[in-house]
Design a protein around this ligand. Sequence first.
Ligand code: CIR
Length: 260
Amino acid sequence: MTNPTYEFTRAITRRPASSITDGLRAEDIGTPDLDKMLAAHADYVAALKSTGAEVIELPPLEAFPDAVFVEDTALCLPKGAVLMRPGAPSRLGEVAEMAPTLRQCYDEVREIKGPGFIEGGDILVTEREILVGRSARTDAAGVAELAEIVSDWGHSLREVFTPEGVLHFKTDCSLMDGETILSTKRLDASGCFEGYRVLHVAEGEEAAANAIRYNNLVLMAADFPRTAEMLDREGFEVVQISNTECAKLDGGMSCLSLRF
Ligand code: CIR
């Protein structure tokens, strides 16, 4: 790879639809409020744009309540994009909705054909490898199919596990720079980040682990002050975005964009 894996020129987002109230959730902790979600989404897009990047903002999709979480539909790499095959049946159709945009952006777009399943939220691209966590949404066959595709593009893929009860691998971790990962203690304890510098989110602030490094910024969910202070002390420029509504659907900072 030529550029660091946190330097991007573009991103794709999709505005939340009013059907967001029907979005998938592991546990019902309240119905998301569309207006609040739209306001937070606008702040998120503005933060990405403030780095100088172009943001392709796709329209809402009423038929797919979780379509705002675009990250799960594809993996964007320097040499091409890979269309995913979500393990949640209600989300499978989101991929065909994303495909035309990726075909406009990339010369090469490949796809996970199945029978396996894999979602983008389970994939962390670092400078040296692609880590994929198996989860309730990503199975061994999906990982194997992705491994074959990305090896053609010169990447090595390592399969890891997602902690029990956690939706996606990246629910619990994010890339901060070429060698640094932000992680929950519970995920780091699995040993999957050996050889990296790991920063732990503060105790009780586990939901802060799903952040994104996007050019000069770290976008993280608001209301996790001890983790934000720690990242600030470590020299990162942190932007805090309200995540109260996406959190009701188990979503965080990474799921709201495709970055390339
Ligand atoms: C789902 O369960 O699929 C959505 N409600 C949340 C998806 C979050 N995606 C992500 O973290 N990559």
